[in-house]
Design a protein around this ligand. Sequence first.
Ligand code: ZN
Length: 74
Amino acid sequence: MLRPRHPIKELEAVLRSAEKQGWKVDRGKGYFKMFCTCGELHKKFVHLTPSDPNYEKNLRGYLKSRTCWKEDMP
Ligand SMILES: [Zn+2]
């Protein structure tokens, strides 16, 4: 499954972690879209160049609290 990589390595790691959990990741225009296949329509946009230095932390926090995200599996 080929998809363009996220230019920011921390965010690419989030996308890879998502894919390991069965989420789908699509590249949009200026963002990536990640969505869960659990049937509850969990989804999140991931910006290409977020200006918030806490973006990755907040993104993971959102995923953990609002979706069926499981923190990094080995
Ligand atoms: Zn889900």
